[in-house]
Design a binder for this molecule. Structure first.
Ligand SMILES: Nc1ncnc2c1ncn2[C@@H]1O[C@H](COP(=O)(O)OP(=O)(O)O)[C@@H](O)[C@H]1O
Ligand SMILES: [Mg+2]
Length: 362
């Protein structure tokens, strides 16, 4: 019977040392990853992404907790007995072997019949669109082509789960974008679970079915790309994914007993909808630069400020503004060819629609 989760990580902690002053690399991490899911671990350097991948692959033992693959507890299984394969950042191709030989390597050891190997290699070459380069050596390939070979080699033994540790980070931006599209296509065509590691938030948003945002050995939030972007549950997540502004202040009641936010040092009340009762009265209002609207200052709840810097980025113009309480915010206005670019020193008023306002504990 097919188990409904591909990989289950249950309350896993990992300590590399017994020194109690060193924080654990993984601190009670739990997550269930579904079959055929493109699942991404996203977080800054040192947050434990590679450690989590390595415990799933079996290269590291967990200090506590359990790892299940296809419903089977694998804590004590060595890497080669797990139906998992890894693509590393350094492609680690064998330089003296051709592309085809690199892909074939391991298939015989895995027990695939010798006469079945050429067909499997051909299938994998087709999957990564490298048929025409089968006889080349790795040194005769571009970075992107080497990455394709590494992907084909890792997929050749038909693992249930492919682990990818920052596989695109060595590529330049344009190639990286192309390979992102490729990776997604290959994952869908191969129909297997991908657990993908990146520190690049845009890459995570583009590729993933779901994302786990990690910080300091913990998973802070798990969700689809839009949920993570639209409804970040923590200040850290809000800041790590995309650009965001914060205004410190207090929640209060407006004239009709509605919820309003009073930013510290500004004589305004901003209508808002707190998502859940917040524990403290000291909160902060977070908003994305593109969700604010630059307006004529007609309403008492409009924020007032002055433009301090103008950054023209083609599709939009970014305005760094200093509000009258000295808090700096970034606002974004998309360039549709009609609006004139505003100038440094110009006064502005900002409208924050209630759906643009995210309230968080300060
Ligand atoms: N082999 C190791 N021995 C000791 N500490 C390690 C080892 N590998 C990683 N660490 C530590 O564990 C933490 C998480 O590292 P890592 O999983 O590599 O993070 P990431 O991949 O997110 O950059 C870091 O503090 C790192 O220094
Ligand atoms: Mg890493």
């Amino acid at each position: 019977m097919e188990h409904n989760a591909s990989v289950e990580v249950q309350c896993v902690s990992k300590r590399y040392t017994d020194d109690p002053d060193v924080a654990p690399a993984l601190d009670e991490v739990s997550v269930n990853i579904a079959h055929n899911e493109f699942f991404t671990l996203l977080g800054p350097s040192g947050c434990g992404k590679t450690t989590l991948l390595r415990t799933i692959a079996g290269f590291e033992h967990v200090s506590s907790g359990d790892i299940l693959i296809g419903g089977q507890r694998v804590n004590d299984l060595p890497p080669f007995k797990r139906r998992v394969n890894t693509v590393f950042q350094s492609y680690a191709l064998f330089p003296h072997m051709s592309v085809a030989e690199n892909i074939a390597f391991g298939l015989e050891m895995q027990g695939l019949e010798k006469k079945a190997i050429p067909a499997r290699v051909k299938e994998m070459l087709a999957l990564v669109q490298m048929e025409h380069l089968a006889r080349r050596k790795p040194a005769e390939l571009s970075g992107g082509q080497q990455q394709r070979v590494a992907l084909a080699r890792a997929l050749a033994p038909r693992p249930d789960v492919l682990l990818l540790d920052e596989p695109l980070s060595a590529l330049d931006l344009k190639l990286r974008k192309e390979m992102q599209v490729e990776l997604k296509r290959v994952q869908q065509q191969a129909g297997i679970t991908f657990i993908f590691v990146t520190h690049d938030q845009e890459e995570a948003l583009t590729l993933s079915d779901r994302i786990a945002v990690m910080s300091a050995g913990k998973i802070l939030q798990i969700g689809g790309p839009s949920a993570i972007y639209e409804r970040p549950a923590h200040q850290f997540v809000a800041q790590f994914i995309g650009d965001i502004n914060f205004l410190p202040g207090k929640l209060a009641r407006g004239p009709q007993n509605e919820s309003v936010f009073q930013p510290t040092g500004l004589p305004v009340q901003i209508p808002c909808n707190p998502p859940q009762p917040l524990a403290s009265a000291n909160v902060q209002l977070a908003f994305r630069p593109e969700r604010s609207q630059l307006v004529e200052p007609t309403q008492p709840h409009h924020l007032r400020g002055v433009i301090e810097a103008v950054l023209y980025v083609g599709t939009a113009t970014l305005y760094q503004c200093r509000l009258s309480n000295d808090v700096k915010v970034m606002l974004r206005e998309s360039n549709e060819g009609l609006n004139a670019v505003r100038a440094v020193g110009e006064p502005v008023a900002v409208h924050l629609p209630p759906q643009a306002c995210l309230l968080m504990e300060a």
